[in-house]
Design a protein around this ligand. Sequence first.
Ligand code: TRP
Length: 331
Amino acid sequence: MKPISLTGIKPTGNPHIGNYFGMYKPAIALTEKYLGLYFVADLHALTTTPDRKELQHLIHEVAAVWLALGLDPDNSVFFRQSSIPEIPECAWILACLTSKGLMNRAHAYKAAVDKNLEAERDPDDGINMGLYNYPVLMAADILLYGSDVVPVGPDQKQHIEITRDIAENFNRTYGKTLKLPEGLFPPDLQDVPGIDGRKMSKSYGNTIPIFADENTMRKQVMRIVTDSRTPEEPKNPDGDNLFQIFRLFATPERTEEVRQHYLAGGLGYGTLKQELSDTILAYFDDARQKFNDYMQDTTALDAILERGAEKARDIAIPVLKRMRKAVGIDR
Ligand code: TRP
């Protein structure tokens, strides 16, 4: 049996090429070594009480994105968190072993409290119990499947530590029942630069979206900031944003040719931007087709997710059984 890797995906839309190289691609590659569990964290999404229609759309969208970008549902376990009734029960059992003080120290909750204090409001103003319990639900997500590794971004480090704390506490109290997971943080993964040269991020508004229509894509690429050297002047490829993005998509041979062209002079940024647009469009052509197909047929998408949920429950049910037994509510 392969070790288990598990990750939860918040339903947000409009992935960009920074997400692709920083998250989707490495996460999907894990299915070579691990049994990969991937789920849409729709229960977690409720902590922000989103609009119902919008949430339903985002759940389908994020599922379509993962499948379109290469996640193979037959070679992984791809499902919705809310399809697993064992999750909330597991979360409750864990909550009863989690000190309130530990939750008070969770970053997201603390940040919300600090914001209130700054605005001279009640410390817990607008904070629901879902946000407060978020780390316990996440611990349930991880521990219920006996996950070995959890690939996540550095922002999730504390959540992994809390999960391990909760599992250790459970094992100390009731005897060894739960597996302690390891966080799998991308080893100094190079950030993809955005069109303005800062790290590509939705919050900076400097992204190149993967599934945008052709015109939007071309427009964003034309807006990549470069220096003001004329085509004739020699340029430094390593300091150039456009080149850093280009090399992610071009073949090694083409990348080397373009590098030499930078150094020798005679390369116009505008021409290279056109080539980059063409290259990105071709790179994601299949994915775009698949994405559109899935969004046209959400029934098929739901069926894939439900099949995944069955596989996930096969793993979860025995673990919950052991937990129930350990705490004394089995029969
Ligand atoms: N909190 C994670 C995020 O914000 C999403 C998530 C929910 C998750 N449950 C998880 C990630 C379990 C890894 C494992 O991205």
